[in-house]
Ligand binder design. Sequence first.
Ligand code: NOJ
Length: 499
Amino acid sequence: MAQHTVVGSRMSYLSLTLILAFSQLVFSDDKLPIAAHTMFPKGFMFGAATAAYQVEGGWNADGKGMSVWDNYTHEHPDFVALNENADVSDDSYHLYKEDVQLLKTIGFQVYRFSISWPRVLPNGRTSYVNQAGIDYYMNLIDDLLANGIEPMVTLFHWDLPQALEDIGGWLNPDIAQLFEEYADLMFKTYGDKVKWWITINEPFSVVWFYGGNSAGAPNLNLHGTGDYLSGHNLLRAHGKAYRLYQKKYSHQGGKLSMAFCGPMCQPKTDSKDDIAAAERCYQFSYGWFAHPVFRGDYPPVMRELVDKNSKEEGRTVSRLPYFTEEEIKEINGTVDFFGMNYYTTNLINDGVIGDFPSVTRDAHYLTSFDPSWPSSEADWLKIVPQGIRLLAKKVKEEYNNPTLIVTENGYPQASMDDYERISYFESHFSELRRAIYEDKCNIIGHTTWSIIDNFEWRKGYTNKFGVVSVDFNDPKRTRTLRRSAEWLQHYLAMHKLIQ
Ligand code: NOJ
């Protein structure tokens, strides 16, 4: 068992805990004046999140197949900062029990983790199942439940089986059926124990791996075409998995969603053009995937702009594929809650950037940061707590106030004395409470990214998002609680007092 060093003073936290809990117990929730809402409503779920490729290691252990990330990092080591890869990473494949104990120690009620598709299906297909992989996740789920932690399972967090990439990956329409078959096996195997499912993590990120500028594996750089095509098949795959669950597994009583993402898009000025540009930014990120699953088809502005540009380029077929009537029906209404990943906000103004063709050119907006927003150790992440509230409000308005879970939110800081991370969570929690109590958004949970430092994709191990640090030079991958973990521990203890 790795050491779990707890740093900081307990006494001050404890007295604060008691004072705040007392005020909450004396006044019932709806009698509290808004400003006094220091706590989340009863039943609000707090959890922490990870993803298979980022934490597991064991890249070829016990019959696991190769994923696109294994393949890409091995073939092109210079793709990742300091030539790192996640062959071993946190070694959670062997140390998952330590992770569960950390979650328990901090007091998280939910663990959001992902299943590595090639670990359970080495070739991506159900014709060959790797029993050791199946057992690994069963053991993890059982250990979570035995420790009073609810599993929330992501089926696809970017580590596509290389065997499927070899036939085109998300560009090949067959992937929708292959994903459905994989999902079927997962629902059948774990569905009596797992009640929260995320089909696809950040589809808006996945499309950049096909169409962006060297964003991630398989790194195809098919600007303005590969992005729309892969996005189309991600949506078709999600729709099929959801309908399958409804048909075959509804008795399990689980809830399904995607984890949608993007920045909060804030107009740079109050000019009409910038407000419209910020709206396009939303619709080309969260809306790209949320609109079809809540409303049945792409956001009208996407359809209009990509069709228009495709025509101007002399194409007879739009770069944004069309769904058939049947597909629209299949995809419409396929989320039970809104999984929202939020880290930061961008200022948006009208303008054009990017090669032709490209998503950035189609969407026709420019991004910047307000110089007053504090920076972080990740160049893309500025601290903008009000963004989480504004985004939740936007989601409420767009899709008729769906149940919402913040499926990711977190801050990169390497120091053990990570006071900035504490302040990030404190300020974001506070804005979330305002979204709940003042804007009446139906937010029921938050999962922190991340419980442990892990492989941050192209940044390797240079951006550390863990509330628990991991010593990657130590073969035992010793885990040590940061100050933020202790802060969360007290925060969650206080929250539990009102349950
Ligand atoms: C979103 C992704 O889902 C996750 O894999 C990544 O590590 C975090 N953002 C932080 O960048």
